[in-house]
Write a protein that binds this ligand. Structure first.
Ligand code: NAD
Ligand code: ZN
Length: 243
């Protein structure tokens, strides 16, 4: 893997680092990225559905059980996955205390925490949680093997997964933390994200506007115009070779 020497210099010498991760960081754990959901083979029950429809309020209201079952399927897939070297290297970097390292993720899979990261700002929620669509009360009971949408014990509303769907606002506190970490860092790493889902995709530009260096790590470089250095390759290799 080719990592520009100036980029390496920034990685070693930055005082304050903000990392934004996307689905690509979990790809090496065998978790499908957003794009690969669309490429599912015909054998998959889900090949005929558009994830945008599965991950939207509109889709849920149209057919709550279909959406619930899609999340139950994703959860059952995720149960078999382990954090990979990229998750672990980021956690170790955060713990080393040699530099301040803030981790922001668009992932909902919980693999950063499983890999040892104690502080993770989750912009899009967490797939393991559930709450009521109507009164927003968290639903804490286990939902394994539950195939149909459950009713909220408080109000009778429908229980939904606690992920942020397309068109929904991000959790306020998470967004505030992400903005301030991007505003104040001197190095911003954008890892495994297609940089197409806003507002998360705007964080790199915010960092850059305040003078930070922006490095992207992706086997398929994006068209983002704010990137200073693009490292073409997979996340685990990048962290193993640069830290
Ligand atoms: P995306 O699927 O749009 O893009 C993934 C990016 O990762 C691509 O640019 C791809 O080239 C790159 N990539 C693939 N393998 C990689 C590797 N080994 N190392 C580094 N990069 C690699 O994902 P996104 O930008 O995160 O946006 C998709 C949305 O879907 C997000 O909102 C996210 O919440 C959701 N999502 C989450 C998960 C998850 O939690 N694991 C999975 C799929 C989708
Ligand atoms: Zn309720």
């Amino acid at each position: 893997m080719e990592i520009d020497n100036d980029a390496l210099y920034h990685i070693k010498n930055a005082k304050c680092v903000t990392i934004l991760t996307g689905a690509g960081v979990s790809a090496e754990s065998g978790v499908a990225t957003f794009r690969s959901y669309k490429d599912e083979t015909k054998e998959s029950l889900w090949s005929q559905y558009d994830p945008q429809k599965m991950a939207s309020l509109e889709g849920f209201l149209e057919n709550p059980n279909r959406v619930w079952q899609w999340y139950q399927w994703r959860r059952s897939e995720l149960k078999t996955k382990e954090p990979n070297d990229a998750h672990k290297a980021i956690a170790k970097w955060q713990q080393s205390n040699s530099q301040s390292v803030t981790l922001i993720t668009q992932n909902v899979d919980g693999l950063h925490q499983a890999g040892g990261s104690q502080n993770v700002t989750e912009l899009h929620g967490n797939i393991w949680g559930n709450h009521c669509l109507q009164c927003r009360t968290e639903y804490k009971e286990g939902v394994d093997d539950i195939e149909e949408v459950i009713e909220c014990p408080e109000c009778g509303g429908q229980i939904r997964p606690s992920v942020v769907w397309f068109g929904e606002a991000l959790p306020e506190h998470a967004w505030r933390d992400a903005e301030s970490a991007s505003y104040s860092c001197d190095l911003f790493l954008s890892v495994g994200t297609s940089s197409q889902v806003y507002p998360a995709a705007g964080l790199a530009a915010l960092a850059k506007s305040q003078g930070a260096t922006v490095i992207e790590i992706n086997p398929e470089p994006t068209e983002s115009s704010v990137v200073d250095y693009c490292v073409k390759g997979i996340a685990s290799k990048f962290f193993l070779e640069s830290l």
